[in-house]
Structures are given as structure tokens and as C-alpha cells.
Design a protein around this ligand. Structure first.
Ligand SMILES: C[S@@+](CC[C@H](N)C(=O)[O-])C[C@H]1O[C@@H](n2cnc3c(N)ncnc32)[C@H](O)[C@@H]1O
Length: 135
């Protein structure tokens, strides 16, 4: 799911090359418009939210993904910029969830958006496995 149709088309194209097109459904949708009827309907959410620190206007854009993912599923794997780890820990905890695992990666990001200034930028990424607190 992504609100950007281009991102969806790209993902569709790649899944076809990998012969995965028949087992993946793609939806072009704004996260704010996900129906509440889908709450608790998923086993796991894997997400790569917009980085909240990208620009002033987008600050906090990742929070809505953190909030919604926990409504959809009891388990979430979430990609974030490693430098935001402290904020992330506090915010996931505030949402009543616990971080069970942390994975650190060097992520090579090619220049795909107009706001990317470098041809290739290595960013430090953290992937968190989060569980909704059962209490
Ligand atoms: C870090 S990129 C991840 C791109 C791609 N989904 C991936 O995993 O490689 C964040 C994506 O979040 C999407 N996005 C931002 N705000 C959104 C929203 N309100 N609803 C749905 N998607 C949104 C952007 O279009 C962008 O493609």
C-alpha cells in the first residue's frame, strides 16, 4: 500500500520480474483512508514509512504509520532512520507496544526523488520488530 501510484507501479513491475505478481495485491491508498474494518485483520505489517525528519512539513509523517500499523496487526516490522532510535523507542512505548528486536542496516538510497541531492546516499537504517502489548 502506498499513496504514490508511481511507487505502486514500480513495485508491480519488480514483482513481475520475480514471478510474484500472483501472490501480491497492491493498493494505491492514503493511510488515513484505511477502513477501521481492517483493524486486527492482519498477522504482520511490514512497513517503510516516510522518514519523519525529511522536511519541516513532513515531520511526524512516520507517526501515523506507527499508530495505524498497531491497529491493523499485533506484530509490526518497521524501517526507520537509525538516528531517530530514541524518539522511536519512546513513541512505540507510548503507543502501548514493546520493541522485541532491533536490526541495523546500511541502506544505499539512489537518487529517486527530486529532494534527493546526492546520486547515491548511504543511510543508516534501523528495523524494529514491535509487538502490541497484550496487557
Ligand atoms: C520511505 S518511502 C517507502 C517507499 C516504498 N513503499 C518502499 O518500501 O520502498 C515512504 C512512502 O510512503 C508513502 N506515503 C507517504 N505518506 C503516505 C500516506 N499518507 N499514505 C500512504 N502512503 C504514504 C510515500 O509515497 C513513499 O512512497
Amino acid at each position: 500500500m502506498d499513496k504514490d501510484r508511481e511507487a505502486i507501479e514500480k513495485a508491480r513491475e519488480i514483482s513481475k520480474k520475480m514471478s510474484l505478481q500472483d501472490i501480491i495485491n497492491y493498493t494505491s491508498l492514503d493511510i488515513h483512508n484505511i477502513s477501521r474494518d481492517l483493524n486486527n485483520k492482519f498477522d504482520t505489517v511490514i512497513q517503510n514509512p516516510p522518514f519523519g525528519s525529511q522536511s519541516r512539513s513532513k515531520r511526524g509523517a512516520d507517526r501515523v504509520f506507527m499508530e495505524k500499523s498497531l491497529e491493523l496487526s499485533p506484530v509490526v516490522y518497521s524501517f526507520h532512520m537509525a538516528e531517530t532510535e530514541n524518539f522511536l523507542e519512546k513513541y512505540w512505548n507510548k503507543l502501548g507496544s514493546i520493541i522485541t528486536h532491533k536490526f541495523y542496516y546500511h541502506f544505499p538510497l539512489p537518487q529517486i526523488y527530486h529532494f534527493h541531492k546526492k546520486e547515491l546516499k548511504n543511510i543508516e537504517v534501523i528495523v524494529l520488530r514491535v509487538e502490541r502489548n497484550r496487557n
